[in-house]
Design a protein around this ligand. Structure first.
Ligand SMILES: NC(=O)c1ccc[n+]([C@@H]2O[C@H](COP(=O)([O-])OP(=O)(O)OC[C@H]3O[C@@H](n4cnc5c(N)ncnc54)[C@H](O)[C@@H]3O)[C@@H](O)[C@H]2O)c1
Length: 323
């Protein structure tokens, strides 16, 4: 199938490209940035594409004529709070441009990547735990605001224009690639810095608990949702969940494999406030029912798979030696 990815140069793009090329798809990867060295062997063609440039997006979609688009390009939560205008331009205007290009270019299907950042404390109190799909959405970040809007646009284009837009709300994602400025990055650094520095001072409290997921499950979720028959989907956007450990439980899981690793906790007020506004865990029963979503990795399963990968990446110099 002819498939195009926006924002392919990031953490998810790295693994999604590999999975799509391995499955034999005709892939066009696009990003604002040139193909990163970590993606050098990923396969497919690479185009520079700025999703805030409506004409460029339209022209490339006309040229490539993809049957399926994965829209990953975004500015993530922590970086978005530093530069809300950029987050608005890329996440809001960029998503509009991609949806319009799908409508005009008659792209049959679009997969949107939303986030747990759409949630925030509701006026009537904290979020239910686990948090279901349908609660009032009160995001506390510009990133979350633009993701709520993207979800609504996705549903609108699905109903109004026949662009079969569907998407997932990802938890914080963990893989052996450097993350892109999200508030859940402490979780990955607990692994990376345990291996390369013997420990990590987390920017979150020890009792911080948010939903997390290992990247192989996240990529599989994208593929399973992308190829699910339309008739099976009762909604456009789905919660998906894997596990919800406290930060100190991640530390214990890492110490099973790296016994000498030392962890401490020095909460950064801005990022801690974002983490505290998110759900502690997600109810993903609709995804399980409609398209048989099921995670394969729990926390210790992820730890056992991830640490050897991080060691290999560090040996190859594919993870930067400082951050
Ligand atoms: N990683 C996570 O934990 C997580 C969690 C929830 C949702 N998501 C969503 O998944 C998607 C992919 O996330 P990721 O982790 O790969 O992010 P990332 O930051 O690693 O990658 C995003 C990519 O978008 C690109 N980009 C930025 N501005 C652009 C522009 N104007 N035009 C084109 N490309 C541009 C960047 O160069 C980068 O390669 C995003 O939509 C994100 O919101 C990610």
């Amino acid at each position: 199938m002819k498939i195009l990815i926006t924002g392919a140069g990031g953490q998810i793009g790295h693994d999604l490209i590999g999975a799509l090329v391995a499955a034999g798809h005709d892939l066009t990867s696009t990003d604002l940035a040139p193909r990163p060295p970590s993606h050098a062997h990923a396969g497919g063609t690479w185009h520079r594409l700025d999703v805030t440039d409506a004409v460029a997006v339209r022209d490339l979609f006309y040229e490539v004529q993809p049957e399926l688009v994965f829209h990953l390009a975004a500015i993530l939560s922590a970086r978005g709070e530093q530069d809300p205008k950029l987050a608005y331009d890329v996440n809001q205007t960029g998503t509009w441009n991609v949806l319009e290009a799908c409508r005009k270019g008659k792209v049959a299907r679009l997969v949107f990547t939303s986030s747990i950042a759409v949630f925030g404390p509701t006026p009537s109190g904290p979020l239910p735990d686990p948090t279901p799909d349908d609660v009032p959405l009160h995001p506390t970040t510009m990133y979350g605001v633009t993701k709520v809007s993207g979800e609504l646009l996705c549903s609108y284009y699905r109903q109004r224009h026949g662009v079969d837009c569907r998407g997932v709300r990802f938890p914080g994602l963990i893989s052996a690639a450097m993350p892109g400025g999200g508030s859940s990055d402490y979780a990955l650094f607990m692994y990376v810095d345990a291996v390369r520095k013997g420990g990590y001072e987390a920017f979150a409290r020890a009792d911080t608990r948010i939903p997390l997921m290992y990247m192989p499950d996240a990529v599989r979720a994208l593929l399973e949702l992308a190829f699910a028959a339309r008739g099976r989907l009762s909604r456009a956007i789905y919660n998906i969940a894997a596990f919800s450990p406290r930060a100190d439980q991640i530390a214990s899981s890492v110490q099973r494999v790296v016994p000498d690793a030392k962890f401490s906790y020095s909460p950064d007020p801005a990022r801690q406030a974002i983490l505290d506004s998110w759900p502690k865990s997600l109810d993903d029963s609709a995804a399980r029912r409609d398209w048989a979503w099921q995670p394969k990795y729990d926390l210790d399963g992820m730890t056992d798979d991830l640490i050897p990968r991080i060691k290999r990446m560090l040996e190859l110099g594919a993870i930067l030696s400082s951050h």
